[in-house]
Design a protein around this ligand. Structure first.
Ligand code: 6PG
Length: 245
């Protein structure tokens, strides 16, 4: 059953928002552990998640059963893992290096590879490891950010076809920097059981209002089209990002 209205949670600061997202992650991981299920999570990169990762380490480093969690990425820049631009590299510095998580639970996109080949490779990795729902791999939790142009993962406004692709991963190109990317398609993202957007900052407030109120020009924004086919959708926002709602 498609989620009719997304859950919108607004917190005073980016830090409060990150803290509540970390609590959601902890509670979900506990539920999966008690149900003897591994939690398959797809996470995003950019800057916003860093504060979330810091909160996971600060509050839950010893509490979360990391061996019961598998991390995948919603997208990656086509750079080496040691490159400052690498989403995996950022996650490694802020989270993975600070927790006891088995290496085999980390499924990074190999940004150093040929993009087309890596999109195929990563699609097969997801197909192999992530359980299916609706005949497609289904992440238990997908945490997304949103760019100030309304993009999410690496689905940009000029590449809306990636939303409905019948593939698991596709290559993409950043419209300004022309940096090559690998991204989950909207098809796979929308097949997640739970999707949470984590968005902070006044610079996103206008686009966010357009998307959440579905205004006329919101049709240009990829984040508008993120609607789980039969799962839950939440927006974790700080007051600045929510200032135009
Ligand atoms: C990426 C991300 C991307 C990110 C948004 C927001 O690779 O850049 O996955 O989708 O979530 O661009 O980025 P900020 O958090 O830096 O604003």
């Amino acid at each position: 059953m498609t989620s009719i209205n997304p859950e919108i949670k607004i917190f005073s600061t980016a830090e409060d928002t990150a803290e509540n997202l970390a609590e959601l992650f902890f509670k979900k991981s506990e539920n999966y552990y008690r149900s003897k299920k591994k939690l398959y999570a797809a996470i995003s990169g950019g800057n916003t998640p860093q504060i979330f990762f810091n909160k996971l380490v600060e509050k839950y480093k010893e509490k979360i059963r990391w061996n019961n969690i598998c991390f995948f990425w919603a997208d990656e820049r086509c750079v080496a893992p040691t490159d400052n631009d690498s989403n995996y590299g950022m996650t490694k510095r802020n989270l993975l290096d600070k927790i006891q998580i088995p290496a085999e639970n980390i499924f990074r996109i190999q940004g150093e590879n040929d993009p087309l080949k890596e999109a195929v490779r990563y699609s097969s990795v997801i197909k192999k490891h992530v359980a299916e729902r609706n005949n497609l791999p289904s992440f238990d939790l997908t945490i997304l950010g949103m760019g100030s142009d309304g993009h999410t993962a690496s689905i940009f406004p000029d590449q809306l076809h990636l939303l409905k692709s019948n593939k698991i991963c596709e290559t993409a190109i950043h419209p300004q920097s022309f940096q090559k990317r690998i991204t989950l398609t909207g098809t796979i993202i929308n097949n997640s059981s739970q999707i949470v957007f984590f968005v902070t900052g006044e610079n996103k407030s206008k686009i966010l209002a357009d998307i959440l109120h579905v205004s006329e020009n919101s049709k240009l924004f990829p984040a508008l089209y993120i609607k789980p086919v039969d799962g839950s959708l939440s927006w974790y926002l700080d007051k600045d990002a929510a200032s135009n709602l």
